[in-house]
Write a protein of this length. Structure first.
Lengths: 268, 268
């Protein structure tokens, strides 16, 4: 193979690592690609790591040994996280977002690729030690965020459905009461998508009473799957007592003041 | 600001461009970040572009002038596309995927971050001239793919719902017949999410009779939105006459042979 100089190697390694965050690439792959010695590649990776850290562009994890490799971790400094979350909180506090019933319109934020990947990267870093086998969410609004976390951690996404579909194959279904509106809902998961003994990281866009997230916990229990963690983008302050308490959130929605047309939301 | 050497600049520019594909960054931003002259940064970008192209890692687009900037385009060579799509076709042709009724189980593929971003990047490159204002899809299975395309093109995603939700605000709803099972379905879109006169790129995971995609076309017409293109991952060969004909697909599902337990699927 053709030899490549350092700036070429560093550009391509950055590109490969970043296009699949969380995915492990063997050092040998890079050695072959560039006709470079292992020591040279190790040095490149060390330089790249320092550079990324210095410019707050994430981190690289190197795992030595047979099953090891190099992977990109989209983890940022507390300052950068705070900047990102404050920016999103400000966007969400626009009073024109108030909907009838004290809800707020968040759909655009959870469908914006930049906001989604920023929030997802932060959530992924909160659960960097959770070691999940898959990311679980309930359709629909949380799907982009959950996919972002799945991407950041390089794990499959498992979407539970409100209604079982024929294209899901056999499913396990539970009924539950929603936390806020006290209606009976159904939640189904494809049996093929998961196995007993696995670990799930639950991700959702929003938690209020916690009904649907709690149902996901129950569904996992039904399938003998351990919940390795639960992360949401926005947690409503009230009700104070939710159906789940072991969750982490990025933003707290304190209050939607219908009378004065004010939304109070801030990073946790 | 501190001066940075070429390998540092190239690493960080690669990282910034790749973490937001399709997003334009001004050259001045990089000049300030690295204390570099414009001519130096232009040279870096030119080197990076040649390097990415050489290693089939995508492309960089440079738009000169006031509103201009530099952006990363995840576009790959025909060979790489073919490799990616053949690999996915092979995964999908596993006979254990056959479901009752001649459906095939594809959920895992459309929830795998690597497959999703690969397919999404290819779809985005097929529509690189479509210039959409947003990416539209119908819940649920197509959402990850549509988000991937939205990410590749740096455009917002707009998800139409089967049932209007209070958190969507005011909606426009249409009723339609599904192409294959001839049932009446409903499709709703948030009025806040779109504006008359915009251009939509419709993305879905699968097209069979074309009922739901056709309904999306109708919904766009209702809102005076131009459909700039329509892309799906998998198109079933039959029915030959679908409710839409102007779509592009990545894979053709020729046949699900229930008797011989065989799935015939290949890149278009």
């Amino acid at each position: 193979m053709e030899k490549a100089d350092r700036k070429t190697r560093i550009a391509i390694v950055t590109s490969i690592l970043q296009s699949n965050p969380g995915k492990s690439h063997s050092l040998n792959l890079f050695c072959e690609m560039f006709g470079a010695a292992k020591s040279t590649m190790s040095e490149d990776i060390a330089i790249l790591r320092t550079t990324l850290q210095k410019y707050d562009q994430g981190d690289i994890e190197v795992i030595l040994g047979a099953g090891g490799g190099v992977k990109y971790i989209p983890a940022f400094s507390p300052t950068k996280r705070e900047d990102i979350l404050s920016g999103i909180a400000q966007t969400l506090s626009d009073p024109s977002r108030i909907l009838p019933g004290g809800y707020i319109y968040t759909v655009d934020v959870f469908s914006n690729p930049t906001h989604v990947s920023n929030m997802a990267n932060i959530l992924a870093s909160l659960f960097s030690k959770a070691n999940p086998d898959f990311i679980a969410t309930v359709e629909t609004k949380g799907i982009p965020l959950a996919l972002g976390v799945a991407r950041a951690m390089n794990k499959p996404l498992v979407i539970t459905r409100r209604e079982a579909k024929i294209t899901e194959g056999s499913v396990v279904t539970i009924n539950y009461l929603t936390g806020s509106s006290r209606r009976i809902q159904t939640m189904s998961i494809s049996k093929r998508a998961v196995r007993a003994g696995q670990r799930a990281l639950i991700i959702d866009d929003f938690i209020s009473g916690g009904g649907s997230v709690h149902a996901l916990f129950e569904l996992m229990k039904e399938l003998t799957i351990t919940v390795a963690g639960c992360g949401v983008a926005i947690a409503m302050r009230e009700p104070l007592v939710k159906k789940v308490d072991n969750y982490k959130s990025l933003l707290t929605l304190e209050q939607v003041d219908l009378e004065n047309k004010k939304i109070i939301i801030h990073p946790v």
